[in-house]
Each structure stands twice: as structure tokens, then as C-alpha cells.
Design a protein around this ligand. Structure first.
Ligand code: GN1
Ligand code: MG
Length: 369
């Protein structure tokens, strides 16, 4: 059934050759992703086919408009700087009807892009250099989009990193408690509720205009950067679904949340979970270099807070989804969203203790940019 749907969808995109093989691809929590191999007279070609999550992305046409706008902008910039636009950004494959997506009979939206060969994504940092490379790539991404006409971007998920709103959604989920799960997670609930003030820190500064709105990626996990197999360079930032106006400190923070953790996002043994300050430092250096001196003083000062807040917010999101019955983040086992929430809160606690050291690391590097 799924096989037929995949092959049918693939047939609507303008790729040459016969499909020889397909397999599930990547480790995203939202869309369904497949890698397809085509046989052509010139050899094998591969593409990435995705079924977009229609519950999460309710205006897929607007999302694709963002994606087209941002990738063509990036291609132009990359070309101007002597880079390779075929490898350094996403290249969408158009549908045979000229649209960048295809809608199947059930109303699901599909899209396709060329596969970037000889490059990898990591779910966990294996070598410090890779984390540094991801930092430069995300910093660069921000720099390349600095003068993008941000007002033309659609807000693909309203209030995506509005931590105060995420906090209220959690409160509502606790109140509704549709599955009676709240009683079993009182510890996690208290942890979240005790930190209501934290939820306000960046949102309030943004409202007061103390932090500039920029075009940001908003999902800067390590596995959203492709690392070139040969050169080891972070070549391409992927997963552009949440590119929207946002805060640079959140982009920084989400990378730390995921990449500087000593354990997987869903690790059950919390004694393995902490924020590795060495990795944090490596990322600070790379991100500042990548941004090319574009960050304001306040932004630099708030970087460590961004790390705490993105982790706290993500923990809140996992907890909310657990309480509501796991309908947002994909799970492969019972309780996985609760496990994810626990690692996030464990990291928050650890980072709260390490905050002074995190701040002094930023101080040390801001002198060099
Ligand atoms: C989701 O799709 P993926 O796995 O890259 C989520 C992010 C979360 C992340 C947690 C659109 O990202 O916001 O931080 O999971 N994306 C969306 O791992 O909600
Ligand atoms: Mg992803």
C-alpha cells in the first residue's frame, strides 16, 4: 500500500529513469522521508521524496513558496561566492505539472529534491570537527539570508518558538489530561511549571525590540546539516520547513540542545545526559565565525540563555505531546516522548548550573570577532 503510494507520488516528479529502489531515509520526527534510486542511461541518480506532515504543516503551498524563495536566493548567493549550488543548498525537483509539489488523492502533499551525494548527517556528534562545521554552516545560513525580504516569508507554524505560548499549551494539556497521564508525570510537570519566568525571558526582549527579528532556520539540529564525506565541511543546511523570521539566539540554542548533549534525545539513562562544555565552546566559535560579526551585543550576551530556553521549550513540547497522546512527534516506542522530555529537563538543570561558565565562554570568543 505504502509502496504504491510512494511510487505513484514519485511518478509525478520530473526525474529521468526508472526507479530501482527506495528506502526510508533520515531520522526526522515530522515528515515521512524516502530516498529513491533511479537507473538512467548515464548511471544511477538519487532523489529524496517526502510526504509532508499535513497536521503540522497546514498550509503546504505557502510552505513550498517559502522553500522556493529561500533556496533560489541561496543558490544565487552561493554562486556569487564561488560555491556549488548543486551541493550547498536543496535543489527541488519540479512536478511534471510545473509545481514544486504533488497532491495525492487523499490530500497529502509530496515533494522531491535531488539527493546530495557523498555527504552525511549525524544524529550525535562523533567528532568535534563535525559539530564545529555544523555551527559554521548554520551561522553562514543566517548571514546569507540576512538581507532576504523577510516580510515575504509565510509563518509556516505560527508561534513556533513562542515559549510563553508553548507554556500555555502545556498548561491546557495538563488541565485536559485526555489520557489520564498527568498523574504519572507530576515531577516533570512541576519542573516545567516552576520555570514560568524562564519562558518569558526571550519573548519579552523580542517584544521590547531588544533582540532583532532575523530570517532564521528554527530547527538547527545537528542532523539538519550535511557534512561532506571527503572534505569534512558542513556543506548544506537542510530541513527548511521552519525558515521564518525568528531569533538568532534560538537557532544557536537549538543546536546546543541537541548537539552538545552527551546523550541521544530519547536516552532513558539520565545519568548519561549533560551539556558538554567543550562541544558548547566549539559551537560558539563556529557560529560566531559563520555569522560573520553580524550578532548584536545583546544577542551574544543571550546565547547561553537561548540554549537553556530552546531546551526548556522542547521539553515542554515533548511533555505536552505525551499528555495529548503523541500525535505531533513520531514515536517508535511507548513513552518515547516522555523520555525525550526527561532528557531535555535534565539538560536544562545542568545548563542552569553551568550558566556562568557558558557566559564566560561567549565572552572569550566575542572578543575575537
Ligand atoms: C522536529 O523534523 P525534525 O525532527 O527535524 C521539530 C523540531 C524539534 C525536533 C526535536 C517542525 O524536527 O521543532 O525541535 O523535532 N520540527 C517541527 O527533535 O516541529
Ligand atoms: Mg530534520
Amino acid at each position: 500500500m505504502e509502496r504504491e503510494r510512494i511510487l505513484e507520488a514519485a511518478g509525478h516528479f520530473d526525474m529521468e529513469g526508472e526507479i530501482a529502489e527506495y528506502c526510508p531515509f533520515g531520522s526526522g520526527h515530522i515528515n515521512d522521508t524516502y530516498r529513491l534510486t533511479y537507473r538512467t542511461p548515464q548511471g544511477e541518480r538519487r532523489s529524496i521524496l517526502q510526504r509532508m506532515n499535513r497536521q503540522v504543516f497546514q498550509k503546504p503551498e505557502e510552505l513550498m513558496e517559502n522553500l522556493m524563495g529561500v533556496t533560489s536566493w541561496l543558490k544565487k548567493k552561493i554562486r556569487e561566492q564561488g560555491g556549488d549550488p548543486q551541493r550547498e543548498t536543496i535543489n527541488l525537483v519540479m512536478g511534471r505539472d510545473g509545481k514544486p509539489y504533488w497532491v495525492d488523492a487523499s490530500g497529502d502533499y509530496w515533494r522531491m529534491s535531488l539527493s546530495i551525494e557523498h555527504a552525511f548527517c549525524y544524529d550525535q556528534v562523533e567528532r568535534e570537527e563535525d559539530f564545529y562545521e555544523s555551527a559554521v554552516a548554520f551561522g553562514n545560513f543566517q548571514r546569507l539570508l540576512a538581507d532576504y525580504p523577510a516580510h515575504t516569508l509565510h509563518e509556516t507554524i505560527p508561534d513556533f518558538h513562542n515559549t510563553v505560548d508553548r507554556f500555555h499549551k502545556l498548561q491546557r494539556a495538563i488541565q485536559a489530561d485526555p489520557l489520564g497521564r498527568a498523574a504519572g508525570v507530576q515531577k516533570e510537570i512541576s519542573f516545567a511549571l516552576e520555570r514560568e519566568e524562564l519562558a518569558h525571558v526571550l519573548c519579552d526582549q523580542q517584544e521590547r525590540g531588544e533582540l532583532p527579528l532575523r530570517v532564521t532556520h528554527n530547527d538547527t539540529k545537528l542532523n539538519n546539516v550535511m557534512i561532506d564525506e571527503k572534505t569534512g565541511r558542513g556543506i548544506c543546511v537542510i530541513d527548511l520547513d521552519t525558515v521564518m523570521p525568528g531569533l538568532a539566539v534560538n537557532d544557536f540554542g537549538d543546536s546546543i540542545r541537541f548537539g552538545a548533549s552527551t546523550a541521544a534525545e530519547d536516552e532513558r539513562d539520565l545519568s548519561k545526559v549533560s551539556c558538554d562544555l567543550r562541544l558548547y565552546e566549539v559551537y560558539v566559535k563556529g557560529f560566531m565565525e559563520g555569522c560573520g560579526g553580524a550578532l548584536t551585543d545583546r544577542e551574544m550576551e543571550m546565547l547561553p540563555m537561548g540554549a537553556i530556553l530552546m531546551t526548556y521549550e522542547c521539553g515542554i513540547r515533548f511533555l505536552t505531546d505525551y499528555l495529548e497522546g503523541d500525535h505531533y512527534f513520531k514515536i517508535s516506542r511507548e513513552g518515547q516522548n516522555l523520555d525525550r522530555c526527561r532528557t531535555q529537563f535534565c539538560l536544562v538543570k545542568d545548563m542552569e548550573e553551568k550558566l556562568p561558565r557558558m557566559q564566560s565562554i561567549v565572552e572569550q570568543y566575542r572578543k575575537t570577532v
